[in-house]
Unconditional design. Structure first.
Length: 271
């Protein structure tokens, strides 16, 4: 369905799992958030293709995980170098790049250090430098990870991400099925979470040359909506859209999120 394929790529630095779907003439690269540290996109091609099927007609979509084995202390900028290596190996240039949460941090460095890779940039529920809200959240998640509390991480993420209506359903699901998919090791998650605390691209955002759309939510209890506005002020060719009443999970909750992303990536329209 939608040409969905699970693939992996061997780089000098290690193995990167990625998925590909869609048959459009344009290229769109998606970079997921810190949850990638708990599970890579390996085996997730069909679910992703179904969730993002609205993009499949116009784009060939690639979703890249971080490499399977991460060195201690790896930074978001180094993760962007891995992504650049993967895109180079696949001959991907001038792609629309959509980064969500920590994926948006990586996307910032990709756009700064490798502008030829990025045709248009969408930064969703992310930030350019740590703030007190993020520090508190990451500290809590790292503590849970060190105790092996996978269900706790899932529940806390849901409570900080979703509106009350969606949260009611998600909490029930996580309480019932929260142990399914627990990783054998939390090492990748801890390293990725740590990289969020050292991420600081604020001072170089003015070097991003790609047309950029920043999307945030004014009820974001992980990175804050203010962080989106702060980024938008620094990026030269940038539009900002804030969802009112939605938070970190807006890309799942908002019925027009994909329409908004698609319009911008196709021809720069903001709706």
């Amino acid at each position: 369905m939608f040409g969905a394929e699970n693939r992996s790529l061997e780089l000098n630095t290690g193995t990167i799992d990625y998925i590909r779907f869609g048959e459009g003439k344009r290229t769109l690269v998606m970079i997921p958030g810190v949850g990638d540290g708990l599970r890579t996109v390996r085996g997730m091609a069909l679910p992703f293709a179904l969730m993002y099927r609205a993009l499949a007609e116009d784009f060939t979509v690639y979703v890249f995980s971080r490499r399977r084995q991460l060195p201690e202390g790896m930074t978001t900028r180094e993760m962007a170098e891995d992504l650049n290596g993967a895109m180079e190996a696949l001959d991907l240039e001038a792609a629309s790049v959509v980064g969500v949460s920590q994926g948006g941090m990586i996307a910032q460095w990709l756009a700064v250090d490798h502008p030829d890779r990025v045709g248009r940039l969408v930064l969703t529920v992310t930030l350019s430098r740590p703030n007190p809200t993020l520090r508190d959240v990451i500290a809590r998640w790292r503590d849970m990870a060190e105790r092996g509390d996978y269900r706790g991480i899932m529940l806390d993420t849901a409570r900080r991400s979703y509106s009350p209506k969606r949260l009611k359903r998600m909490e029930w699901e996580y309480k019932l099925f929260g142990g399914i998919g627990k990783p054998k090791s939390f090492d990748r998650f801890l390293i990725q979470a740590g990289s969020c605390l050292t991420h600081d691209a604020y001072g170089v955002l003015d070097r991003i040359s790609a047309p950029t759309l920043v999307i945030g939510g004014d009820d974001d209890r992980i990175v804050t909506g203010e962080a989106s506005a702060e980024m938008a002020e620094r990026i030269p060719d940038c539009r900002l859209y804030i969802y009112h009443g939605l938070g970190h999970g807006l890309y799942e909750e908002s019925p027009d999120f994909l329409t908004r992303v698609k319009a911008f990536c196709l021809d720069g329209r903001t709706i």
